[in-house]
Ligand binder design. Structure first.
Ligand code: ADP
Ligand code: MG
Length: 233
């Protein structure tokens, strides 16, 4: 299993952000994690990328446990956090060289490879702060991909993009997904339909649906699906 999440609960103070979440994600899948604001998507992503610990439960990436071997987990996982934090004063290539350094990547070639892969060739000598939102997302994807991870965790990678950028970033994610396991979060059902084979819906920290996108969506919005799920329960 590429990602295995076992009985994860996360409590912040009095808030139960995740409640006994278990998921198995086989290698090579592109999975959409859907849910409204506050559902627990970002919390789950931060836990499986070793940025915060769960209150209970554990997770492993290709058999590497987040508690026992966080360095190994980080070595095989790429993460694009929500709001894509970047150093706006840095130049694109300079920033990616910096990130490569953090991963102890010595090859200059790898930096150029990733720049080409995400379509940043024309922008490499620009300051990140001067780029459009879509190109900044490409920089975010490049930093997540630089160490050629097997698993990519993308937290709302298309939020705030204009329609053209949205289409481009989605197709980029799809093409990257031919060789990697990807979990991406969104609150847009159409996004999951466009990119993912499998959709997992979370609400109030619980998994409320997990199915083939085709079965689940059938053109319906997240609101309609929610309505149906809550009526069934
Ligand atoms: P999503 O990404 O689906 O919008 P989050 O994982 O960000 O959801 O948040 C889940 C719940 O946990 C929300 O109610 C949020 O307010 C709460 N939460 C998230 N981070 C913290 C934190 N650091 N401290 C306290 N509560 C938090
Ligand atoms: Mg979030």
């Amino acid at each position: 299993m590429s990602v295995s999440i076992k009985n994860i609960t996360k409590i912040y103070g009095e808030q139960r952000a995740l409640d006994n979440v278990s998921l198995e994600i086989p290698s090579g899948e592109i999975v959409g994690l859907l849910g409204p604001n506050g559902a627990g998507k970002s919390t789950l992503m931060k836990i499986i990328t070793c940025f915060i610990p769960p209150t209970e439960g554990t997770a492993s990436i290709f058999g590497k446990d987040i508690f026992e071997d966080p360095m190994a987990v980080k070595a095989i996982t790429g993460y694009l956090p929500e709001h894509n934090p970047l150093y706006l004063e840095m130049y694109v290539r300079e920033f990616l060289s910096f990130v490569a350094g953090l991963h102890k990547i010595k090859s200059k070639n790898r930096i150029e490879e990733v720049i080409e892969l995400v379509g940043l060739t024309k922008e490499v000598n620009k300051k990140i702060g001067t780029l459009s939102k879509g190109y900044r997302q490409r920089v975010g994807l490049a930093q997540a991909l630089i160490h050629d991870p097997q698993v990519l965790i993308l937290d709302e990678p298309t939020t705030g993009l204009d329609p053209n950028q949205l289409v481009e970033i989605r197709s980029l994610i799809k093409s990257i997904g031919q060789k990697k396991t990807i979990i991406l979060s969104t609150h847009i059902m159409q996004e999951v339909e466009a990119v993912c084979r499998r959709a997992i819906i979370i609400n109030n920290g619980r998994v409320v649906a997990d199915d083939d996108t085709k079965h689940l969506a059938r053109g319906a919005s997240l609101e309609t699906i929610f309505h149906k799920i809550t009526q069934e329960q």
